[in-house]
Design a protein around this ligand. Structure first.
Ligand code: TA6
Length: 287
């Protein structure tokens, strides 16, 4: 597979399943990996740090199947909130690598996806999606941009379904969501209000927090990850716990103890784009 010769900060190599992946790195040692399949970030290591994303060792790496872990792109449909496959099409499709560069110590890589004959059979709209991953020092920023390239308006929901690696689930909590209204998908999609100061993981957690703040925090013994968002209105927190995890073929039975998903999403108020309009949302992880 011949790829253009890329500068020192980014090289494309065969990854799992022989799928091409981009290795992005900066001079201070920060690095990330992004598969062209789904423009899927599967690894992020801050400068001088450890791997901060969970990636299932049982994940599939093949066309038509989502990679389990990392940062799946959810577009144009979050969950089963419409007629498309769960979490939409973007994470199932091959994106085009559109270039990489270093600016002021930040290494960027951009990927693009346009509608195809196959995607239009499922979702009849013409679109351009762009994914930009940038790393520097202790930060990873992921921006999803969507442009309506058709003549008709369309509406979509979207998210960055981020799997944060955790070392001790029982001692892990998410802070920053107090007072918010949320839908509890683990309890019959019922509406609740977050009273407790933090979310802990003593059982399955599957909550869509509406109108979430710009920052939430994943608190573990000895480390805090700040999750900052712009352009996304909601935050989803998910951990399947043991029973649900045991039903998922691309997770080992105890994998639920290795991750917490804190997802930047827009679900409650779908995004409406007129012909030619563009939307973007960013999730920034700060180690
Ligand atoms: O974001 C939480 C969620 O919607 C859960 O309901 C669960 O389905 C999870 O996403 C994983 O979905 P996936 O299609 O990747 O197995």
């Amino acid at each position: 597979m011949n790829f253009p010769t890329l500068d020192v900060v980014s090289t494309i190599v065969p990854g799992a399943g022989d799928l091409p992946k981009l290795m992005l790195r900066t001079s201070d040692g920060a690095r990330a990996e992004i598969y062209l399949h789904g423009a899927h970030v599967t690894s992020w290591v801050p400068a001088g740090g450890q791997e901060r994303l969970f990636l299932s060792q049982a994940s599939q790496f093949c066309a038509g199947a989502p990679i389990r872990g990392g940062i799946p792109i959810v577009f144009p449909q979050f969950g089963m909130s419409g007629p498309l496959p769960l979490h939409g099409l973007a994470r199932l499709m091959r994106w085009e690598f559109a270039g990489a560069d270093v600016v002021n110590g930040q290494a960027f890589a951009t990927f693009r996806l346009r509608d195809t004959e196959e995607s239009r059979r499922l979702w009849a709209n013409a679109f351009l999606a762009e994914l930009t991953a940038s790393i520097s020092e202790n930060q990873l920023a992921i921006t999803l941009a969507v442009t309506n390239t058709g003549a008709e308006p369309f509406t979509f929901t979207a998210g960055l379904h981020t799997y944060l690696a955790v070392a001790d689930l029982a001692a892990t909590r998410v802070e920053g969501l107090t007072g918010l209204r949320y839908c509890n998908a683990a309890a019959g999609w019922t509406d609740h209000q977050q009273i407790a100061l933090c979310v802990d993981f003593t059982s399955e957690v599957n909550r869509i927090y509406f109108d979430a703040p710009a920052e939430t925090r994943l608190i573990e013994p000895g480390q805090t990850t700040r999750i900052q968002t712009t352009g996304f209105r909601d935050t989803v927190v998910w951990n399947p716990a043991a029973d649900k995890c045991a039903t998922m073929a691309d997770l080992k039975p105890d994998d639920y103890q290795q991750f917490v998903c804190v997802e930047a999403a827009t679900i409650g108020a779908p995004i409406h784009l007129a012909a030619g309009e563009r939307w973007q949302g960013t999730q920034r992880l700060v180690a």
